[in-house]
Design a protein around this ligand. Structure first.
Ligand code: SF4
Length: 342
């Protein structure tokens, strides 16, 4: 079987080249071509013809197929459905923010965390994405849009920390100078709260932004939305967040999807403010995009504003996330679900 070079780090590529009897310094050249978007060895014009044909025999550079693109007329958001070579599909979103172009990528095909409001959970986990498949979402979008990506959020389909090894390889590769040269501080990884891995990522990647999906002020509400809260109750989760902050000296973001009638009352806001008191954090309120398959709908804007005001009054830093791509299937997992014919 041919080695997919997109999955390798520079060190691994050096070892691979040595196994072919080649000089290891070639690894950086090849790595840099891959992250510039080269799909074939023919494009790598600074390699000898000999080496290019040797590589073509033993290695390959797999790429994602763009199956569908939805373009928002309103704000330039572009949502991609990519096909994997085993027939699975995944989604990524390109967004234009004032602070730069941002791509939200998937880390798994499907997800086994079972959050009840989420379209990605409906068919469970199909498989983990490789480091190369995660990077390729960014590389393909840069090629397709012709725009440089400045920020990456790993917040699409999947629980990134449930695919920790591949996620780590991906983060190191895109951070490489010869890769996408993305600063760790420009990368955000989200989690529904896998505590042991949250502490691991604090040690391995202290500069990365961690976004914890809270979505509730207590275990009773949370367990109705997120089964993970039965394994890791909220007091343990918040304690892990405190430890994460202490270890990294970085502020944590709490994601809170406002679900109509489920977690958006004044009492919920008051309780959330009390729980987060003293934690160096920022709360991101997300008006949930309606996903007809889950039966949930988002809180209305005026109620979201009221929820935000309560948190602000209690000294919590909070923003309501700008709704991007509201004219396309912007909720995570929606496009993929449609493609599967569900
Ligand atoms: S919200 Fe995130 S963690 Fe929960 S099921 Fe969806 S993709 Fe998985």
């Amino acid at each position: 079987m041919k080695t997919n070079l997109k999955n390798l780090s520079i060190k691994e590529m050096e070892r691979f080249l040595e196994s072919l009897g080649e000089k290891k310094f070639r690894a950086k050249q090849i790595f840099s071509w891959i992250y510039k978007g080269a799909d074939s060895f023919e494009e790598m014009t600074d390699l000898s013809k000999d080496l290019r044909s040797k590589l073509a025999e033993d290695a390959e550079i797999k790429k994602l197929n763009i199956l569908k693109v939805q373009n928002s007329e309103k704000d330039g958001t572009r949502k991609y459905l990519f096909g994997l070579d085993d027939g699975n599909s995944i989604e990524a979103v390109f967004m234009k923010y004032k602070f730069g172009n941002t791509v939200c990528i998937s880390s798994q095909a499907g997800c086994r965390m079972g959050c009840s409001f989420c379209a990605s959970a409906i068919n469970g986990l199909q498989r983990n994405l490789t480091a190369g498949e995660m990077a390729d979402q960014i590389i393909s979008i840069e090629k397709d849009t012709g725009e440089k990506i400045g920020n990456v959020v790993v917040m699409g389909t999947g629980e990134p920390l449930d695919n920790y090894e591949n996620l780590s390889g991906f983060l190191r590769n895109i951070h490489e100078k010869d890769g996408l040269n993305l600063g760790m501080r420009s990368i955000t990884v989200s989690t529904c709260g896998l505590i042991p891995k949250m502490l691991e990522i604090a040690a391995d990647f202290p500069q990365i932004n961690l976004a914890v999906s809270l979505h509730a002020p207590n275990d009773t509400v949370r367990s109705k939305l997120m089964p993970i809260s039965k394994r890791y109750p909220m007091n343990e989760l918040l304690e892990a967040c405190r430890q994460h902050i202490e270890k990294t000296s970085r502020r944590i973001t709490f994601e809170y999807a406002l679900v109509k009638g489920a977690n958006d009352s004044d009492g919920n806001a008051e309780e959330l403010a009390s729980k987060l008191r003293g934690i160096n954090c920022h709360v991101n309120l997300i008006p949930l995009n309606r996903v007809s398959e889950t039966g949930f709908s988002g809180t209305e804007r005026k109620d979201a504003d009221r929820f935000r005001e309560i948190l602000e009054r209690r000294g919590i830093q909070v923003t309501i996330r700008r709704e991007l791509g509201s004219d396309i299937d912007a909720a995570c997992g929606q496009l993929r679900l449609k493609n599967n014919g569900n």
